[in-house]
Design a protein around this ligand. Structure first.
Ligand code: MRU
Length: 337
């Protein structure tokens, strides 16, 4: 069964799949101004680093179309989520158009946002092809968070590799971390792999160590929100624990990173801003409190996996290996800022 697209420009608005309603409802939002796009990113109606970058580009289109204050639109969209560099990647390109052509027409903004969306699809597919080439027949892959098609404009990154491995007869099973607190694994990855007919099982995040110890995992595949110049990676909270467990069990962990997630201007993981979200995401579930009143919670949305725990970084250019600083420096990417 075909998956719905994460987003679509209708010509007058941005039609956005509301990921908060999945897996039970395929509900679309109709966003008509840049502020609504920024709110959708903050609230995680759209999420996944590549998808929020593409959505932000369309947010700029709406601002240009409405004759809104473009500086306010750029800074409002840029501030919507701090960790994923894909947001800056897309917005820098839109800002460059304005810098090069201060009188740029709405059609020029539309053409550039369409290019950004198409480029994301291209990067996804190239990355997936390199990733799947790493896998042997019978692979049992463990995945964290959600990195599939609806986290991007295309086929996804790490989950795209898993889906492609299944299509090519290489995948025996996919283990999906449920991914507390927002449950991207159980709500989104399991739904998406179900659509694609990929055999998978959801586990609680804490079960991965036992699974590895029992010899049930051949490879760990994750996405990322930002790769620093030294190869340290920011990804969904829990990735670091997974990387430590994988290393302890001698299991390779690969990070899937399109060029839009690579930030050579940030020297290392410690320099990456980690988004901290409302503690209520931890203390309640589906609007119901699950802790005693007054219980405190700390809710970092991402963590940093140091480069030395990463077996390879899968990009659209191929699979990078340590030492990552030089491998990343050699990539033919346009740097941000
Ligand atoms: O907070 P989220 O759900 O946006 O976090 C998503 C992740 O951590 C993904 O691994 C990453 O954005 C890559 S999506 C292709």
């Amino acid at each position: 069964m075909a998956l719905p697209s994460s987003l679509e420009w209708t010509g007058v608005s941005l039609k956005l799949l509301d990921q908060r309603r999945l897996p039970h409802q395929e509900h679309f939002l109709d966003l008509t101004c840049w502020q609504e796009v920024a709110e959708a990113i903050v609230a995680m109606a759209v999420r996944g680093a590549p998808a929020i970058g593409v959505a932000a580009a369309w947010g700029v289109v709406l601002a240009a179309r409405d004759g809104a204050d473009l500086e306010a639109a750029f800074s409002g969209l840029r501030a919507s989520r701090p960790t994923a560099v894909n947001l800056g990647w897309a917005l820098d390109r839109m800002a460059q158009l304005l810098a090069d052509s201060p009188e740029a027409s709405v059609d020029q903004f539309i053409a550039l946002a369409s290019w950004i969306e198409a480029e994301d699809r291209r990067l996804n597919q190239a990355l997936v092809d390199h990733g799947v080439a790493l896998l042997s027949p019978g692979t049992r892959a463990l995945h964290h968070c959600h990195t599939g098609g609806i986290a991007t404009a295309g086929v996804g990154t790490a989950l795209g590799v898993i889906a492609s491995a299944h299509a090519r007869g290489l995948l025996r099973h996919a283990w999906l971390d449920e991914t507390r607190p927002r449950l991207q694994g159980s709500a989104l990855s399991a739904w998406e792999l179900g659509h694609l007919g990929v055999p998978c099982t959801v586990i609680v995040d804490g079960a991965s160590g036992l699974l590895m110890r029992r010899g049930e995992v051949d490879v760990v595949l994750v996405g990322c929100d930002r790769v620093a110049a030294n190869g340290d990676v920011a990804n969904k909270i829990g990735t670091y624990n997974l990387a430590l467990a994988a290393r302890a069990h001698g299991i390779p962990l690969y990070v899937c990173a399109p060029g839009s997630s690579i930030d050579r201007c940030t020297p290392d993981g410690d320099a990456i801003t980690i988004e901290e979200r409302d503690p209520e995401e931890i203390t309640s579930m589906h609007g119901e409190s699950i802790t005693a009143s007054g219980v405190r919670a700390w809710n970092p949305a991402f963590d940093i996996t140091p480069a030395h725990l990463i077996s390879g970084i899968i990009t659209e250019f191929g699979v990078l290996r340590a030492p990552y600083r030089s491998a990343l420096a050699d990539l033919p990417l346009a740097d941000q800022r």
